[in-house]
Design a protein around this ligand. Structure first.
Ligand code: ADE
Length: 214
Protein backbone atom coordinates (compact mmCIF):
# COMPACT_ATOMS: atom_id res chain seq x y z
CA UNK A 1 0.00 0.00 0.00
CA UNK A 2 1.30 3.48 -0.84
CA UNK A 3 -0.01 6.94 -0.08
CA UNK A 4 -0.04 9.47 -2.95
CA UNK A 5 3.39 10.80 -3.87
CA UNK A 6 4.43 13.88 -1.90
CA UNK A 7 2.03 13.67 1.05
CA UNK A 8 3.63 13.80 4.53
CA UNK A 9 1.61 10.84 5.86
CA UNK A 10 3.63 7.98 7.33
CA UNK A 11 2.64 4.34 7.77
CA UNK A 12 4.36 1.87 10.08
CA UNK A 13 3.05 -1.66 9.97
CA UNK A 14 3.59 -5.16 11.22
CA UNK A 15 2.00 -8.22 12.76
CA UNK A 16 1.47 -8.18 16.52
CA UNK A 17 0.03 -11.36 18.04
CA UNK A 18 -2.99 -12.13 15.79
CA UNK A 19 -3.35 -8.54 14.58
CA UNK A 20 -2.24 -6.73 11.45
CA UNK A 21 -1.35 -3.36 12.92
CA UNK A 22 -0.96 -0.20 10.85
CA UNK A 23 0.19 2.95 12.64
CA UNK A 24 -0.69 5.99 10.58
CA UNK A 25 0.92 9.33 11.39
CA UNK A 26 -0.21 12.48 9.52
CA UNK A 27 3.45 13.56 9.52
CA UNK A 28 5.01 17.00 9.35
CA UNK A 29 3.57 19.94 7.45
CA UNK A 30 5.51 20.08 4.19
CA UNK A 31 6.03 23.86 4.32
CA UNK A 32 6.60 24.44 8.04
CA UNK A 33 7.95 21.15 9.42
CA UNK A 34 5.52 21.03 12.36
CA UNK A 35 3.17 18.11 13.11
CA UNK A 36 0.06 18.15 10.90
CA UNK A 37 -2.41 18.53 13.76
CA UNK A 38 -6.11 19.26 13.36
CA UNK A 39 -9.23 18.07 11.63
CA UNK A 40 -8.29 18.65 7.98
CA UNK A 41 -5.20 16.43 7.92
CA UNK A 42 -6.70 13.82 10.27
CA UNK A 43 -9.84 13.38 8.18
CA UNK A 44 -7.88 13.15 4.94
CA UNK A 45 -5.42 10.60 6.25
CA UNK A 46 -8.24 8.60 7.85
CA UNK A 47 -10.06 8.48 4.52
CA UNK A 48 -6.97 7.45 2.55
CA UNK A 49 -6.02 4.82 5.13
CA UNK A 50 -9.48 3.24 5.22
CA UNK A 51 -9.59 3.13 1.42
CA UNK A 52 -6.18 1.48 1.25
CA UNK A 53 -6.27 -0.82 4.27
CA UNK A 54 -9.97 -1.66 4.89
CA UNK A 55 -9.41 -1.90 8.66
CA UNK A 56 -11.72 -3.77 11.06
CA UNK A 57 -11.12 -1.11 13.73
CA UNK A 58 -9.60 2.35 14.00
CA UNK A 59 -7.88 3.50 17.18
CA UNK A 60 -7.40 7.26 17.26
CA UNK A 61 -4.70 7.78 19.88
CA UNK A 62 -3.55 11.23 20.92
CA UNK A 63 -3.31 13.91 23.54
CA UNK A 64 -6.06 16.17 24.81
CA UNK A 65 -6.86 18.91 27.22
CA UNK A 66 -8.94 17.88 30.23
CA UNK A 67 -11.47 19.65 32.43
CA UNK A 68 -10.75 19.37 36.14
CA UNK A 69 -14.39 20.28 36.82
CA UNK A 70 -15.20 16.94 35.14
CA UNK A 71 -12.54 15.04 37.10
CA UNK A 72 -9.67 15.06 34.58
CA UNK A 73 -6.05 15.15 35.79
CA UNK A 74 -2.75 15.45 33.92
CA UNK A 75 -1.68 12.00 32.67
CA UNK A 76 -5.17 10.48 32.81
CA UNK A 77 -6.00 8.28 29.83
CA UNK A 78 -9.58 8.43 28.59
CA UNK A 79 -11.65 6.40 26.17
CA UNK A 80 -14.16 8.75 24.53
CA UNK A 81 -17.75 7.56 24.82
CA UNK A 82 -18.99 10.32 22.49
CA UNK A 83 -17.45 12.92 20.20
CA UNK A 84 -18.67 16.30 18.90
CA UNK A 85 -17.29 19.54 17.44
CA UNK A 86 -17.24 22.82 19.36
CA UNK A 87 -16.15 25.26 16.64
CA UNK A 88 -18.58 24.64 13.77
CA UNK A 89 -21.26 27.26 14.22
CA UNK A 90 -24.08 27.14 11.65
CA UNK A 91 -27.13 28.89 13.14
CA UNK A 92 -29.67 27.49 10.68
CA UNK A 93 -32.06 24.72 11.78
CA UNK A 94 -30.59 21.23 11.35
CA UNK A 95 -27.32 22.66 9.98
CA UNK A 96 -26.60 23.60 13.61
CA UNK A 97 -26.89 19.93 14.59
CA UNK A 98 -24.82 18.87 11.55
CA UNK A 99 -22.08 21.33 12.57
CA UNK A 100 -21.88 19.91 16.09
CA UNK A 101 -21.54 16.46 14.54
CA UNK A 102 -22.19 14.53 17.76
CA UNK A 103 -21.59 10.80 17.53
CA UNK A 104 -21.37 7.89 19.92
CA UNK A 105 -18.21 5.86 19.58
CA UNK A 106 -17.93 2.09 19.37
CA UNK A 107 -18.92 0.84 22.83
CA UNK A 108 -16.16 -0.96 24.76
CA UNK A 109 -17.46 -1.79 28.26
CA UNK A 110 -15.21 -4.81 28.78
CA UNK A 111 -12.10 -2.93 27.72
CA UNK A 112 -12.91 -0.03 30.08
CA UNK A 113 -13.44 -2.41 32.97
CA UNK A 114 -10.41 -4.61 32.31
CA UNK A 115 -7.92 -1.76 31.87
CA UNK A 116 -9.42 0.62 34.42
CA UNK A 117 -9.47 3.50 31.94
CA UNK A 118 -11.63 6.57 32.41
CA UNK A 119 -14.56 7.25 30.06
CA UNK A 120 -15.74 10.71 29.03
CA UNK A 121 -17.12 12.78 26.21
CA UNK A 122 -14.64 14.34 23.77
CA UNK A 123 -15.08 17.73 22.09
CA UNK A 124 -13.01 18.57 19.00
CA UNK A 125 -12.01 21.88 17.44
CA UNK A 126 -9.19 23.25 15.32
CA UNK A 127 -7.65 25.43 18.04
CA UNK A 128 -5.39 24.54 20.95
CA UNK A 129 -6.69 27.46 22.96
CA UNK A 130 -10.34 28.00 23.87
CA UNK A 131 -12.42 31.01 22.82
CA UNK A 132 -15.47 32.00 24.91
CA UNK A 133 -17.72 30.47 22.25
CA UNK A 134 -15.73 27.22 22.26
CA UNK A 135 -16.08 27.10 26.03
CA UNK A 136 -19.86 27.49 25.89
CA UNK A 137 -20.13 24.84 23.15
CA UNK A 138 -17.90 22.43 25.09
CA UNK A 139 -20.19 22.80 28.11
CA UNK A 140 -23.20 22.01 25.88
CA UNK A 141 -21.28 19.01 24.52
CA UNK A 142 -20.82 17.91 28.17
CA UNK A 143 -17.16 17.18 27.37
CA UNK A 144 -14.50 16.01 29.82
CA UNK A 145 -11.69 16.18 27.25
CA UNK A 146 -10.86 18.46 24.30
CA UNK A 147 -8.75 17.62 21.27
CA UNK A 148 -8.16 18.65 17.64
CA UNK A 149 -8.91 15.44 15.70
CA UNK A 150 -11.35 13.01 17.33
CA UNK A 151 -14.72 14.12 15.90
CA UNK A 152 -13.16 14.46 12.43
CA UNK A 153 -11.80 10.90 12.53
CA UNK A 154 -15.20 9.75 13.84
CA UNK A 155 -16.99 11.43 10.92
CA UNK A 156 -14.87 9.64 8.31
CA UNK A 157 -15.02 6.30 10.14
CA UNK A 158 -18.78 6.65 10.41
CA UNK A 159 -19.48 7.38 6.74
CA UNK A 160 -17.26 4.45 5.77
CA UNK A 161 -18.79 2.20 8.49
CA UNK A 162 -15.56 1.39 10.33
CA UNK A 163 -15.79 1.08 14.13
CA UNK A 164 -13.51 3.55 15.89
CA UNK A 165 -12.28 4.05 19.44
CA UNK A 166 -10.59 7.15 20.81
CA UNK A 167 -7.80 7.02 23.40
CA UNK A 168 -6.79 10.42 24.72
CA UNK A 169 -4.15 11.25 27.33
CA UNK A 170 -4.48 14.55 29.18
CA UNK A 171 -1.55 16.96 28.74
CA UNK A 172 -3.16 20.11 30.14
CA UNK A 173 -6.02 21.26 32.31
CA UNK A 174 -8.19 23.56 30.24
CA UNK A 175 -10.05 25.05 33.22
CA UNK A 176 -6.86 25.47 35.30
CA UNK A 177 -4.67 28.55 35.73
CA UNK A 178 -1.68 27.59 33.53
CA UNK A 179 -1.41 28.83 29.92
CA UNK A 180 -2.47 25.87 27.74
CA UNK A 181 0.43 25.89 25.25
CA UNK A 182 3.01 26.05 28.07
CA UNK A 183 1.38 23.28 30.11
CA UNK A 184 0.92 21.12 26.97
CA UNK A 185 4.60 21.37 25.99
CA UNK A 186 5.75 20.82 29.58
CA UNK A 187 3.79 17.54 29.92
CA UNK A 188 3.94 16.22 26.36
CA UNK A 189 6.85 13.77 26.78
CA UNK A 190 5.67 12.20 30.04
CA UNK A 191 2.03 12.02 28.97
CA UNK A 192 2.97 10.50 25.60
CA UNK A 193 4.65 7.70 27.56
CA UNK A 194 1.40 7.14 29.50
CA UNK A 195 -0.51 7.10 26.20
CA UNK A 196 1.99 4.63 24.70
CA UNK A 197 1.50 2.34 27.69
CA UNK A 198 -2.31 2.56 27.52
CA UNK A 199 -2.45 1.93 23.77
CA UNK A 200 -0.22 -1.12 24.20
CA UNK A 201 -2.60 -2.47 26.86
CA UNK A 202 -5.59 -1.76 24.60
CA UNK A 203 -4.00 -3.58 21.65
CA UNK A 204 -3.12 -6.51 23.92
CA UNK A 205 -6.74 -6.61 25.13
CA UNK A 206 -8.11 -6.46 21.58
CA UNK A 207 -5.95 -9.29 20.30
CA UNK A 208 -7.90 -12.54 20.05
CA UNK A 209 -11.27 -10.76 20.36
CA UNK A 210 -13.97 -9.55 18.00
CA UNK A 211 -15.42 -6.03 18.18
CA UNK A 212 -18.52 -7.22 20.07
CA UNK A 213 -16.32 -8.56 22.89
CA UNK A 214 -14.59 -5.21 23.53
N1 ADE B 1 -4.31 18.55 22.74
C1 ADE B 1 -3.70 18.60 23.92
N2 ADE B 1 -4.23 19.57 24.70
C2 ADE B 1 -5.21 20.15 23.96
C3 ADE B 1 -6.12 21.21 24.19
N3 ADE B 1 -6.13 21.89 25.33
N4 ADE B 1 -6.97 21.53 23.19
C4 ADE B 1 -6.95 20.85 22.04
N5 ADE B 1 -6.12 19.87 21.77
C5 ADE B 1 -5.26 19.50 22.73
Amino acid sequence: MEFPKGVPWVRYHGIYKDLKVNIIWPGKDLALGVDSVGTVSSSLVTYASIQALQPDLIINAGTSGGFKAKGACIGDVYIASDVAFHDRRIPIPIFDVYGIGARQTCSTPNLLKALNLKAGKLSTGDSLDMSPHDEAAIVVNDATIKDMEGAAVAYVADILSVPAIFIKAVTDIVDGDKPTAEEFLQNLVAVSAALDNAVTQVVDFISGKCIQEL
